[in-house]
Design a protein around this ligand. Structure first.
Ligand code: WTA
Length: 674
């Protein structure tokens, strides 16, 4: 690897502040290089040393990391510490309370949607609540290996439940509480969950959401699909206990056969629960992510590798120290929350903020107010939030003291230079490195990322690989490109935190990630490597959309639109958006005799919200009398993307069956789009 900054003179570099380097875990670039070298050249030693941190009931029986990435040589697999025995919950709680004496340390400052609601949870309180919940789950019939669906907002019970599952060896499957009942049902059916944990309701900003009602609808859908595996539904009284609504605005539907109130079974349960000793490679959780065919994929992570990897990345990427107050604004319903609100921070014994609300409620300075209130030192958010808050200028920030901040992080999508500079100069006051972390639900933790005291930064680049990670760039023929290059981002070896499979579907796992280029894990992202060896993510190269940092597939939006009785055909593409990064642009061909009008557009939007959730709401819907297709009938999405973006230079259209279609579509495009 070359020394950054020496080769590439075109981009201004930002060097780590000396103050941060003084007591950093990785204090300079040479230390990073030395550790990286060791992780690649002596992986066995490197991982053995790293796992010393944790408690193992039994040691591994073979090599630390074993794998096959080459489909031509048999099944793809990854195993870390095979044969070892441990418990995730024991390592992130009991070990901190009893071995490290952190019982009185704050694990979470919970900050509600309304600034009037907040609470503090110490490590020993967390352990007790988790044990109670674990005992209650057992009482509801949950056994080792069972799947538990969790559909909860950002409240402490969400963390209690996931750790309770980990304690008793159950597999959690968290569904973001903004997903629709259809999406929830699809995920419950796929994972065959036996218990669903939800809440009565929640305010998101000013909007009241009846989670119990959505949950009931989901269970009804499961029943209709002939697959109602859920025996019990455990319901947190969140709306009832933690809002100040004078008269209840919410009806909580109740089914006596299945529903159980949290306070009746959890609050009364014992606060002692022996952890279940699990195999290193036993499943920890399933988390669904969009797949290009439209059906979400249940990404499976296992215990030991995920524990170690989230621990290490959290420690090094945020340069975590004992007195830090850390805050990640993601929702635990996404992988960022799993890895960097729950497991990574707790494995380090960190104090985190757990925030239920949204950045602009009750005012646009809410995030800055919270940073001041808890003296947050490490802050992690998404480019879409930065772009949203940038719109309000500096004034909302200037009211608050942000001098506690030391490191800023971003995740979810490429960060544009304008947002990067605002984050660095205005939020971080030019004092805090911005760690642009590239990773995926599938990677479990950061894979390309700067280390704040070691890596010189280039705005917009996720910079260099984390320890143990070997990226490569391939061309269309699968040839590895050296030096400056652009192509497919792949990884040639696993690291401990990579996914182990798609739940119940080994074939799809292999086909999605390993088939295109045997021997490599294919991310689905395009990437450029510059003269200094820095990596720049150029965006998805498959049929995926990244809306506000959330991945959606064009196919799932198309499937939802096609369910409307007026639609003959639908094609969906991404289009650039100033705040969301990308937005959803739909082309709709109607059935004969159906009319394209405002009411229909609203119905189509509603359909998508119902099938997937509000995050997938189309931004633009264009009437398309016909779609550009090849002679073999394949929709040319490239052409549609260019129409949506108003790019007139369409290049080679010789494969189009009817080139006139393009003119018609251009003349009718939604003017407000890019
Ligand atoms: C994108 C989120 C550029 C990328 C943790 C990836 C990024 C997808 C970055 C995974 C980044 C994530 N720069 N692009 N720093 N981080 N992405 O599974 O396209 O929700 O493949 O995981 O987000 O999204 P996922």
């Amino acid at each position: 690897m070359v020394i950054p900054g020496l080769q590439d003179k075109e981009v201004k570099m930002f060097y780590p502040p000396e103050e941060l380097q003084m007591d950093a875990h990785v204090p300079d670039f040479n230390s990073y290089l030395a550790m990286y070298k060791k992780s690649i050249e002596e992986p066995e030693e490197f991982w053995k040393e790293a796992v010393q941190e944790f408690y193992w009931k039994a040691s591994p029986t073979g090599q630390m990391l074993q794998y096959n990435f080459d489909v031509s040589k048999g099944q793809v697999y990854i195993k870390f510490m095979e044969g070892a025995k441990t418990n995730m919950c024991y390592n992130v709680l009991d070990r901190n309370v009893f071995d490290h004496n952190l019982g009185e340390k704050v694990a979470y400052y919970w900050e509600g949607n309304s600034p009037d609601h907040h609470m503090t949870i110490t490590y020993s309180q967390l352990l007790k609540q988790v044990c109670k919940c674990a005992n209650a789950l057992k009482q509801l019939g949950v056994k080792k290996g069972d799947r538990v669906a969790i559909y909860l907002p950002m409240i402490p019970e969400l963390v209690f439940t996931m750790l309770a599952c980990a304690r008793i060896g159950a597999v959690h499957s968290i569904v973001f509480a903004g997903f629709s009942s259809d999406s929830l049902a699809e995920r419950i059916v796929d994972a065959q969950c036996s218990v669903l944990v939800t809440a009565d309701g929640v305010y998101r900003g000013e909007k009241l959401i009846n989670l119990k009602q959505i949950s009931d609808e989901a269970l009804k859908h499961c029943h209709e699909k002939g697959s109602l595996t859920v025996q019990k539904c455990l319901v947190v009284k969140h709306y009832a206990f933690r809002t100040t609504d004078a008269c209840s605005k919410l009806q909580t539907p109740w089914n006596v056969k299945c529903d159980v109130w949290w306070d009746e079974v959890v609050d009364t349960a014992s606060e002692h629960c022996e952890p279940e000793w699990m195999d290193a490679e036993d499943p920890l959780f399933i988390l669904y992510t969009s797949g290009s065919t439209g059906k979400p994929k249940g990404v499976l992570h296992t215990i030991a590798g995920y524990l170690l990897y989230t621990f290490l990345t959290f420690k090094y990427v945020f340069d975590y120290h004992h007195n830090d107050v850390y805050w990640c604004t993601a929702d635990i319903g996404w992988i960022t929350g799993h890895s960097y609100i729950t497991y990574g921070p707790l494995a380090n014994g960190a104090t985190s903020v757990l925030f239920e609300g949204i950045p602009v409620y009750p005012h646009v300075g809410r995030l800055w107010e919270i940073i001041e209130k808890y003296r947050v030192s490490k802050f992690y958010t998404a480019p879409t939030a930065i772009r949203l808050l940038m719109k309000y200028g500096r004034e909302p920030l200037q009211k608050y003291d942000l001098s506690s901040l030391r490191v800023l992080g971003t995740v979810g999508e490429p960060i544009n230079p304008e947002a990067w500079f605002w984050y660095y100069n205005v939020v971080g006051q030019g004092r805090c490195p911005v760690v642009d972390t590239f990773w995926q639900t599938e990677t479990g933790g950061h894979v390309l990322t700067p280390l704040p005291a070691a890596t010189p930064l280039k705005p917009g680049s996720a910079t260099l690989p984390f320890f143990g990670v070997q990226p490569s760039i391939l061309n269309e023929h699968g040839e590895e490109l050296e030096g400056e290059a652009e192509g497919y981002l792949v990884f040639r070896k696993p690291w401990p935190g990579i996914m182990r499979g798609i739940y119940g579907n080994q074939e799809r796992f292999q086909n999605t990630y390993f088939k295109k280029f045997p021997g490599f894990y294919v991310t689905g992202d395009g990437c450029r490597r510059d003269k200094d060896g820095y990596y720049w993510i150029t965006g998805r190269i498959d049929d995926m959309l990244n809306v506000s940092g959330h991945l959606l597939s064009t196919a799932e939006v198309e499937a939802a639109l096609s369910e409307h009785s007026a639609v003959a055909e639908a094609a969906v593409v991404s289009c650039p958006h100033a705040v969301k990064g990308e937005c959803i642009y739909c082309f709709i061909t109607l059935k004969d005799s159906r009319e394209f009008n405002h009411t229909l557009m609203e119905e189509l939007k509603r359909k998508v919200r119902e099938k997937i959730g509000p995050i997938a709401t189309p931004d633009f819907i264009q009437n398309a009398p016909s779609l550009p297709k090849t002679r073999s009938g394949k929709i040319m999405r490239r052409v549609l993307r260019q129409i949506a973006r108003n790019e007139k230079d369409l290049g080679d259209l010789s494969t189009l069956a009817d080139p006139k279609v393009v003119e018609v579509l251009f003349s009718q495009r939604c003017q407000a789009a890019a």
